[in-house]
Design a protein around this ligand. Structure first.
Ligand code: ADA
Length: 512
């Protein structure tokens, strides 16, 4: 049913040898409650993050897993009901069941600091372990790449989850992870009864003098915004479709994706790590839907903070993520927004690893939160909604002047959204709005301007492909789609696809 809001029940029977199980959920929209054999295990709020339950002492035989997925909105919802994407409900990512034996490694986080010359990494591994057995001790071996970084033993009391922080170790002569050579190191963690394999990449990102530096070298972001949506699969993307989207994106000469407007799947991130595509990962605080009062509500601020914590917890090891996005287009000219932004910024800077922390702004010259964004990221639609294309020139100038006057002259800019709609297959020699020709012209103009502007460190075009939107967007969305895709929803290219391919190619040539 179109935009059904309410409860959906899922039930699945499975056979278990018995013992201790871990039930993991990739994503359930938006509020989930879980039972095993009628016994309540717990709940989780937030449609785009992982969660799991450990259930000890399961008998051998058939068991029933029951899930309630509820996608209703209320005054504390993140996102709020008004969004410019399709508000799917239900279980959208994998559910897995593992049998746990003895001391198991549930999660790992590799924290590292690179030496000044970027040739060695001081590493510290933080493990989440659970003891599903009775022996309180296990041998533990950890290798990163070829190097054994820990061999020893650890203790975890039976039936307990424990954080285990291993002693620091140093990896010499590392090969850095970079877009041109995305070197990944395998991490292998073994106890007497369990193992966990992961991958990490070593890289450094910072800003200096209006530039973003990746591994000490200026980075120009050739980016695109992408909704994780497909008409045939919704949010439940099969691997082959992810690969196809990424082929199209690399074919565009992009080096970065903004996961607008929510965390994407682990599988998606794994591909980005492998391909060397940079990623902006954000939580679904999509500002237009949030009143100032809602932004200031402690429950909402807390829910957002939990989402950031979960994003950091589960995505920490992905080198592809260079930007944590706190929110999009909120009323950043107000005190509640300032409080929210500061809360998230402080958390992400302290806990998010070596990443830039940003938000996508549209309050322009009245924004009071700029101090809490490492890069000034601006959404603006000159040439589409308000203003014509030449309006971009004074706009950028004034923005730079404002940053100077705020004492933030060294912060780079990213144009985090810009673009215009085109109906696939609608051509017009007069280049009127909604034609493929107009959209191509608009993006060509913007990319030339941004590519040559000394303060602009990169761009994320809005958007990769047309995406179904919600009825809340009403008449501004022909067909019920946001039509600013440079491809239609089935990934058929519009004229703009080729214009962007060419423009980003020119950026690459200019930077050789
Ligand atoms: C905003 C918003 C996007 C999209 C866009 C548009 O900038 O962040 O999600 O709605 O506008 O198409 O107008």
């Amino acid at each position: 049913m179109l935009e059904y809001e309410g409860a959906a029940w899922y039930e699945k029977q499975f056979f278990s040898q018995g013992g201790c199980l871990r039930l993991s959920f990739g994503a359930v929209l938006t509020y989930a409650k879980v039972w095993l054999d009628g016994q309540y295990l717990g709940d989780h709020y937030g449609g785009f993050s992982q969660f799991s339950f450990i259930v000890p002492n399961i008998s051998q035989g058939c068991h029933t897993l029951t899930v309630l997925a509820d996608n209703r909105f209320d005054q504390y919802s993140i996102p709020q009901k008004r969004v410019d994407w399709y508000p799917y409900g239900g279980i959208s990512r994998d559910v897995s069941i593992e049998e746990l034996h003895g001391i198991c490694v549930l999660e790992n986080r590799l924290e590292y600091t690179l030496s000044e010359d970027l040739t060695s990494a001081k590493c510290q591994l933080v493990l989440q372990c659970y003891n599903a057995g009775i022996q309180a001790q296990t041998d533990l071996t950890v290798t990163v790449g070829e190097q054994t970084v820990y061999r020893g033993s650890i203790s975890v009391p039976a039936g307990m989850t424990q954080t285990v922080t291993l002693p620091e170790s140093c990896l010499e002569n590392i090969t850095l992870w970079e877009p041109e050579n995305p070197k990944l190191y395998s991490v292998c963690i073994q106890t007497d009864t369990d193992d966990l394999y992961d991958r990490v990449g070593f890289r450094h990102i910072c800003v200096s003098d209006r530039k973003i530096l990746l591994n000490g070298k200026p980075l120009q972001i050739r980016g695109i915004n992408r909704h994780d949506d497909h008409p045939d699969f919704g949010f439940a993307f099969p691997p082959s479709r992810i690969q196809h989207d990424l082929d199209l994106i690399t074919g565009l000469n992009c080096n970065a994706i903004r996961g607008a407007h929510y965390p994407n799947s682990q599988l998606f991130l794994d591909y980005l790590d492998e391909l060397g595509i940079l990623f902006w990962s954000e939580i679904p605080i999509w500002g237009i839907g949030f009143s100032v009062e809602t932004l200031g509500d402690p429950t909402v601020v807390d829910r957002g903070l939990t989402m950031h914590k979960e994003m950091v917890r589960y995505y920490y090891n992905h080198p592809a993520i260079i930007l944590w996005g706190m929110h999009n287009e909120i009323r950043a000219d107000t005190e509640p927004a300032l409080h929210m932004t500061k809360t998230y910024y402080d958390y992400l800077k302290a806990n998010g690893g070596n990443r830039l922390v940003v938000y996508a702004a549209n309050q322009y010259f009245t924004d009071i939160c700029c101090a809490y964004s490492d890069v000034i990221c601006v959404n603006q639609y000159y040439g589409w909604y308000d203003g014509d294309l030449p309006a971009w020139i004074p706009f950028l100038e004034q923005y730079c002047q404002r940053m100077d006057s705020l004492g933030m002259a060294d912060k780079p800019f990213i144009m985090s959204e810009f673009g215009g709609g085109a109906l696939y297959g609608y051509h017009d020699a007069e280049c009127t709005k909604w034609s493929e020709e107009y959209q191509a012209k608009l993006l060509r103009y913007c990319l030339k301007l941004f590519g040559e502007h000394p303060a602009v460190a990169g761009a994320f075009i809005w958007q990769f492909c047309d995406a179904r939107t919600s009825s809340q967007m009403d008449l501004s969305r022909a067909r019920g789609f946001n039509n600013k895709g440079i491809m239609n929803e089935y990934r058929r290219p519009k004229a703009a696809y080729f214009a962007v391919q060419e423009a980003y190619h020119q950026w690459m040539e200019q930077n050789k």
